[in-house]
Design a protein around this ligand. Structure first.
Ligand code: TXA
Ligand code: MG
Length: 311
């Protein structure tokens, strides 16, 4: 029912055409697979919420082909330019004030006066964006509340039959979603992700405000987001008899995020390993992960995976 498109010229053309026609297409980005729709088309965007079963108060990130396209929709600033120069294309989403007559569907912004924009660092996503020539709203291409997809198979496991197509380009290199920075007042870290807070601070030359670990800041960041079906126990030294173990570094397990303790490798393995361990239908014990660099994003996603599920 859902077409699996090869990410060659034909597949990219087909994806661009489908998106322009208002259909839903999942596509690879460097972070995770996104579920794309024309951000100006409210019917198309409504279908994203329907396909994901996502609560409609959660605003979406708009993907752009370049800074030019972003500037059609948001009030650009010097800080935005500095961060885009350093990190675009890449795993950094900027939240900026919407321009008047922006043309973006209010289902994308969930009625906010700000917009989240990102230029992805992935040849297939960039080719689709420039071919289609439209802003593409794309949340992660998973059912709401489930683990984010880093392969086309993960996408089809949740969304087969509910979307027109998925562009298959193998695994996503970064493996966790983009870092979200609010540029409405002073730069604020709204979600840790694929760009480390330390790297943002180096470029900005000052500390970035980060939310308290236990507050939910980005609207719609439900505590139990990214949850596997199974229970998750964090900071485990070893598995108990009934558990499977997700290891890191010297603390081994059924699967290891990175035997050498490399946080970049760990991020890129995170969701795929969680998907695999979840299939055992046993509770998952997870080794401690240092909270530096990409460890901050990994711990954020793990904490959400471990949070009690409230529907
Ligand atoms: O890496 C990524 O960012 C992936 C790929 C597909 O690009 N996309 C992604 O989108 O993670 P999604 O929809 O799963 O996450 C969007 C997040 C939400 O937590 C939402 O709260 C936040 O972005 N967000 C969107 N618009 C916002 C706004 N105007 N102000 C604050 N947060 C916003
Ligand atoms: Mg998501």
């Amino acid at each position: 029912m859902t077409d699996r498109l090869t990410s060659d010229t034909f597949g990219i053309d087909r994806a661009a055409t489908l998106l322009r026609e208002g259909a839903l297409v999942a596509m690879p980005t460097e972070t995770v697979y996104g579920l794309g729709a024309d951000a100006r088309n409210s019917d198309a965007v409504a279908n994203i919420y329907a396909a994901k079963g996502r609560p409609s108060f959660n605003p979406l990130i708009v993907h752009v082909s370049d800074i030019e396209m972003a500037r059609r929709f948001v009030v650009w600033s010097d800080t935005a330019q500095t961060l885009a120069d350093a990190f675009w294309p890449g795993a950094l989403t900027l939240v900026l004030p919407l321009k008047p007559d922006h043309g973006i569907s209010s289902l994308v912004t969930a009625g906010l006066t700000t917009l989240a924009v990102r230029m992805p660092d992935h040849p297939v996503a960039l080719a689709v964006l420039s071919r289609a020539g439209i802003p593409i709203a794309a949340p992660s291409a998973n059912l709401s509340g489930r683990i984010s997809p880093t392969t086309a198979n993960h996408v089809l496991n949740g969304l087969d039959g509910k979307i027109a197509a998925v562009l298959d380009n193998g695994p996503c290199p970064v493996g966790v979603e983009s870092t979200i920075v609010g540029l409405i007042e002073t730069p604020t870290l709204l979600r840790p992700g694929g760009v480390a807070q330390e790297d943002l601070e180096t470029v900005l030359k000052h500390p970035v405000e980060a939310p308290e670990p236990d507050t939910i800041t980005a609207p719609g960041q439900l505590a139990s987001h990214y949850a596997p079906t199974a229970q998750v126990r964090l900071n485990a030294a070893q598995a108990e008899d009934h558990e499977v173990m997700l290891g890191f570094g010297e603390i081994g397990g059924d699967l290891n995020l990175s035997e050498t303790g490399d946080l970049i490798e760990a991020a890129s393995n995170l969701f795929d390993h969680l998907h695999k361990l979840d299939e055992t239908q046993k509770p998952i014990a997870v080794a401690p992960i240092p909270n530096t660099g990409l460890g901050q994003a990994i711990n954020d996603r793990l904490k959400r995976a471990a949070a009690p599920k409230n529907g």
